[in-house]
Design a protein around this ligand. Structure first.
Ligand SMILES: [Zn+2]
Length: 298
C-alpha cells in the first residue's frame, strides 16, 4: 500500500468512527409485518384497558425481550391509574432500555393505544399510532446491534388518546426525568400524499435544526414548523406525548404528519398506509435519532 493510500484509508476509517452513520438499513419487511399486526382487527383498536390492548402489550414485551432490551426499573410493564370522565382507568406503559456509553438518556416514545371499537366498527389506528410503535421496535432492533452513545429508553405509551395519560405518568418520575436529555416522539408517521413529514420543536430548540437539516431524507420532504404559539391550534407543541415531557423541561423533537382523511376514522387501517412513504419516514427518523445521539454526546 502506498503511503498516501494508507493515509487515505486511515482518514476514511477516522470518518467512519467519528461521524454518525447515516442511512443504515432497516429491516423493512419486519417493520411492515409489525404495523400490519398492530393495526389488525385481532387487536380491536387497542383501547386502553381492553383485551386488544393486552394483546398489543404481550407482543411488545416479546419483541422488547427478543431485542435484548433491559426492563425499565425492573419491569417492562408499568401500570398507572388515571381518571376519565370520573371513572378510574388503568393503563400500562411498556418500557425498556438499551445501555449506551453514558447514563444520560434519549427517550424514544410512541403511543400504542387507539380508539378501540365504536358502533361495532374497529378503529385500527394504523397511522395513529401503530406506525410509531412499529417504528420504535425497528429502532430498538437497530440499537441492539449498534450501541448508542446515550442510553436509549424505548417507551410504548398507553392512553395517549384523550389526555397523554401514559406520558404524564412517566413524566412524573422526576428522578428518571433528570437523566433525560431529549425526547423523540413518533405519532402518525405513515400517511401523507405529498411525502411530507414534520420535525416539530425546533422553534423551542433552534440548535437542533442544523443537525436535522443535515439528515439525508431521500424521497421524504422533511419540514419544520407546527411549534410556534402563533400557529394557534396548528401548534403541535402539546399535541402528543412529547408535550407531557416538555412541561417538565425536557427538550423534544416530535415527528408526525398533517391530519388526513383517515385521521380518527375506521379507515385508518393497514390497507390505506402508503408503505413506501412509511418505510422512508422511519428511515429518516432513525437517521435523525443517530444524528441527535451524536450531536448531544460530542
Ligand atoms: Zn396519536
Amino acid at each position: 500500500m502506498k503511503y498516501t493510500t494508507l493515509l487515505f484509508a486511515l482518514f476514511i476509517g477516522f470518518l467512519a468512527c467519528s461521524s454518525p452513520q447515516n442511512h443504515v438499513t432497516l429491516d423493512t419487511d419486519r417493520l411492515i409485518a409489525d404495523i400490519e399486526y398492530l393495526a389488525s382487527d385481532e387487536l380491536e383498536g387497542r383501547y386502553v384497558g381492553s383485551p386488544g390492548s393486552e394483546k398489543a402489550r404481550t407482543f411488545l414485551v416479546e419483541r422488547f425481550t427478543e431485542n435484548g432490551a433491559r426492563p425499565f426499573q425492573g419491569s417492562f410493564e408499568h401500570p398507572f391509574i388515571f381518571l376519565r370522565q370520573g371513572a378510574e382507568l388503568t393503563g400500562v406503559n411498556v418500557i425498556g432500555s438499551i445501555a449506551g456509553k453514558t447514563d444520560s438518556v434519549i427517550l424514544l416514545t410512541a403511543h400504542y393505544d387507539h380508539l378501540g371499537i365504536r358502533d361495532s366498527l374497529i378503529y385500527n389506528g394504523a397511522d395513529d399510532n401503530a406506525s410509531g410503535t412499529a417504528g420504535l421496535l425497528a429502532m430498538m432492533d437497530y440499537f441492539s446491534q449498534k450501541q448508542p452513545n446515550h442510553t436509549v429508553v424505548f417507551a410504548a405509551l398507553d392512553a395517549e388518546e384523550g389526555g397523554l395519560n401514559g406520558a404524564v405518568a412517566l413524566a412524573n418520575d422526576s428522578s428518571f426525568m433528570e437523566r433525560v436529555v431529549l425526547n423523540i416522539n413518533m405519532d402518525m408517521i405513515a400517511q401523507n400524499e405529498e411525502n411530507e413529514l414534520y420535525a416539530v420543536g425546533t422553534y423551542h430548540f433552534p440548535e437542533f435544526k442544523p443537525v436535522l437539516e443535515k439528515v439525508e431524507t431521500g424521497d421524504i420532504n422533511l419540514l419544520f414548523g407546527h411549534d410556534r404559539p402563533e400557529d394557534g391550534n396548528q401548534d403541535w407543541t402539546y399535541a402528543s406525548d412529547h408535550g407531557a415531557f416538555f412541561r417538565k423541561g425536557v427538550p423534544f423533537i416530535y415527528f408526525g404528519v398533517e391530519d388526513h382523511e383517515h385521521y380518527h376514522q375506521p379507515t385508518d387501517e393497514f390497507e390505506t398506509v402508503p408503505q413506501e412513504f412509511y418505510k422512508n419516514s422511519v428511515q429518516v427518523i432513525l437517521d435523525a435519532v443517530i444524528a441527535m445521539d451524536y450531536f448531544l454526546f460530542n
